[in-house]
Write a protein that binds this ligand. Structure first.
Ligand SMILES: NC(=O)C1=CN([C@@H]2O[C@H](COP(=O)(O)OP(=O)(O)OC[C@H]3O[C@@H](n4cnc5c(N)ncnc54)[C@H](OP(=O)(O)O)[C@@H]3O)[C@@H](O)[C@H]2O)C=CC1
Ligand SMILES: CC(=O)N[C@@H](CCC(=O)OP(=O)(O)O)C(=O)O
Length: 336
């Protein structure tokens, strides 16, 4: 059994991780942590997430940086379900204790120091960790995930967009010089559990945000290998992302070539479902680890549709996929 702890356990992605770990036959949930002065320290986990009453009742513990060596005793894996700068500050201490780090934040996803100044508002202190971090897009980077002890789990919009676009880009089917245009809507849980006016019940409405400035645009560019236009929208529902993506195919590309690109990429992948005869719907992915993808072609125009649960394939279940890959377990263990 691999002893596993979660930091940021009281948040939305942390709670999903706790649920998966309790169902995983090879992982043992060995600790749930929040910040040193958290309002939730000492509470039983199930007092926050009643669905797990009788399943995860252990108390949530406060974690100061000085506590990390003690928290790591006998521990194999830490999942950081914390804000970007918190993960940036904590990951090196966990790695120094010999614990494998799976980070759900954006702190190690892009190997470019200036990116963090511009999009995250902090100065990245660990270029050597950016070098060793592997981007945990499970269906595409499995071999690399096996080789590292720092996995940067991709963001939710990014996962949803990349899984749809990568087969076309990798097969060279996109028209050079054109930019795929991604319009994606996320449920409010994408903003995390902490109260804010923007995400409060009476304020939320279907609306674009982060236009031309969202940090997932450069993350997508980097891991797709081609620039995109990305516009996120906040939807007035709890969870799930639907991305509609317009792209232009190279001259002469046939629908058969497109179909082959998707089949080659995903026919052996249990978590990505290629739909035929229907389009993705949030109700079909909510609460599941799946990414549902469909497309329609009209001459050189292609429209792609991709749907995930932002808290699962967009975060926690993808982190578990990465654990399954790294330690040689079946890819879907505890997920399906
Ligand atoms: N929500 C989503 O759909 C997605 C989120 N992510 C990323 O995953 C990470 C977690 O997101 P999410 O679960 O939504 O966030 P939440 O805001 O819901 O939870 C954050 C958690 O971190 C804890 N925390 C805050 N500061 C510290 C600290 N210094 N030390 C230890 N714990 C701390 C919080 O508890 P407390 O403040 O009480 O200490 C809370 O448990 C973020 O980086 C986010 O960007 C990625 C993809 C999708
Ligand atoms: C609705 C909402 O607010 N969504 C979040 C994205 C959540 C996510 O994917 O987090 P990462 O930044 O870790 O990738 C946002 O736009 O900031």
């Amino acid at each position: 059994m691999l002893k596993t702890i979660i930091v940021g356990a009281s948040g939305y992605t942390g709670a999903e991780l706790a649920n998966f770990i309790t169902k995983h036959p090879e992982l043992e949930l060995a600790g749930l942590y929040v910040s040193e002065n958290s309002a939730d320290k000492g509470k039983p986990f199930s007092s926050l997430y009643g669905k797990l009453l009788g399943i995860v009742d252990m108390p949530i513990q406060p974690l100061a940086v000085a506590d990390i060596p003690r928290a790591c005793e006998g521990i194999d894996i830490v999942l950081l379900a914390t804000a970007h700068e918190v993960s940036h500050n904590l990951a090196p201490d966990f790695l120094a204790q010999g614990v494998d780090v799976f980070d759900l934040s954006g702190a190690f996803r892009v190997n470019d120091l200036s990116f963090y100044e511009k999009y995250y508002g902090f100065t990245h202190q660990y270029p050597e960790l950016l070098e060793k971090a592997v981007y945990g897009l499970a269906e595409w980077n499995a071999e690399e995930v096996k080789e590292t002890n720092l996995i940067a789990v991709p963001g939710c919009y990014t996962t949803t967009s990349l899984l749809a676009l990568k087969p076309l880009q990798q097969a060279g089917l996109l028209k050079p010089g054109t930019k795929p245009t991604i319009n994606a809507t996320s449920g409010v849980s994408g903003a995390g559990r902490k109260a804010s006016t923007v995400s409060s019940f009476c304020e939320v409405s279907l609306q674009p945000y982060g236009v031309f400035t969202h940090r997932h645009k450069p993350e997508i560019d980097e891991h797709l290998g081609c620039p995109v236009v990305f516009t996120p929208h906040l939807g007035s529902y709890k969870r799930g992302i639907l991305a509609s993506i317009n792209a232009v195919l190279n001259e002469g590309v046939t629908p058969e070539q497109v179909a082959k690109a998707y089949a080659d990429a995903y026919q052996d992948e249990p978590i990505v479902r290629l739909l035929e005869g229907s389009y993705p719907a949030l109700k079909n992915v909510e609460g599941t680890p799946f990414c549902d993808i469909a497309y329609a072609v009209d001459g050189e125009d292609i429209v792609l549709f991709s749907a995930t649960d932002n808290l699962l394939k967009g975060a926690s279940s993808q982190a578990i996929q990465c654990i399954n890959i790294k330690y040689g377990f079946e890819m879907t263990t505890s997920l399906l």
